[in-house]
Design a protein around this ligand. Sequence first.
Ligand code: ACO
Length: 379
Amino acid sequence: MTDLTGTPETEIRKGLAGVVADTTAISKVNSETNSLMYRGYPVQELAEKCTFEEVAYLLWNGELPTDEQLVAFQNAERAQRHLDVHTKRVIDELPLSAHPMDVIRTAVSVLGAVDETLTDPASMIDADLNMQRSLTLMAKLPAIIAYDQRRRRDQELVEPRDDLSYSANFLHMTFGEVPDLVVVNAFDVSMILYAEHSFNASTFTARVVTSTLSDLYSAVTAAVGALKGQLHGGANEAVMHVFEEIGTAENAEGWLETSLAEKRKIMGFGHRVYKNGDSRVPTMKAALETLVAEFDRPDMMELYDALETAMTSRKNIKPNLDYPSGPAYNLIGFDTDMFTPLFVASRITGWTAHIMEQAGSNALIRPLAAYSGVDERHI
Ligand code: ACO
């Protein structure tokens, strides 16, 4: 059956809510049990027992690495950590008024433009080349982010160290020194928790671009754009702005009342899939608590708890991962507008796993729309 304009009559799921678009073997989100698994492993277990490098390997290869495979993987990642000359030159040209997400999107685009293996349509979706490109992006994003924060602070580029883990080197390149292990570990946990989350908006964006047989860098560039928005990755920055606005724990309840009366969305709360709490939050909250102890900032935790309590009792809407990760990144020392780029550094692993999965079993993603404009007319 069709309507007057020839469009099939069908149920429209605004925002594709509840629509199952394809299968994936990369991760499983179960909203009933509030659980998330990467390749079958509960994310909490991965955060407790694995490093971000092991998780990246798992997402891309389907299995955790053996000791030998891990060493080879780490060596390959460490060998590519430097900021290449083309990317540095382009970043240097960008104004400091550019949001760091715009810098990172541009940098990924530059890396694509200088990749000489992108020679023909087949090479764009070649599985081995895509695996190498994914590792290159994972290895170089910390250099891009660290350099961008440093140039905004009028500081020189810090060269990478190949004797450090991914997270220790990331912090070394950003701050010029390796912080205490407790800080490195909390950061690594955040990288693991942000790595993958099924068909979220940015991952789906990457899959849409890949489905046209475009290249991996184009898909990632588009995904960065999708992640930037406040309803998605941009929320971790927004949480910090909320904390700054509220100031201290005793203001939380009043601030929430006013904000809800103004019909504001409270950043860091709510989730499209998890309606009873984001399964990643307890692990990230525990990591935040270690940072609060390390930096002796009980006031941060008091504010965190006060707003969560107020939001639960007022709306019964639970925090998502951005709620604990925002203040955690603040305590580690990142500038607030660097928080969403940190999400990119982690999610590059999930995005590229999905790009490779989509390319390996492709169908052009092209939904229909029900026409709602004026009826046929003539000039
Ligand atoms: N603050 C206030 N009210 C909220 C919030 C919130 N954070 N989240 C949901 N609600 C309310 C809505 O106003 C709506 O109420 P109504 O039915 O009275 O109109 C109801 O809950 C349903 O909300 P929707 O926005 O329709 O739910 P949806 O599934 O589309 O949205 C979303 C999920 C976008 C994440 C939403 O909860 C939100 O905007 N949160 C704030 C932004 C945020 O934290 N994003 C991070 C997402 S997780 C991540 O990227 C790691």
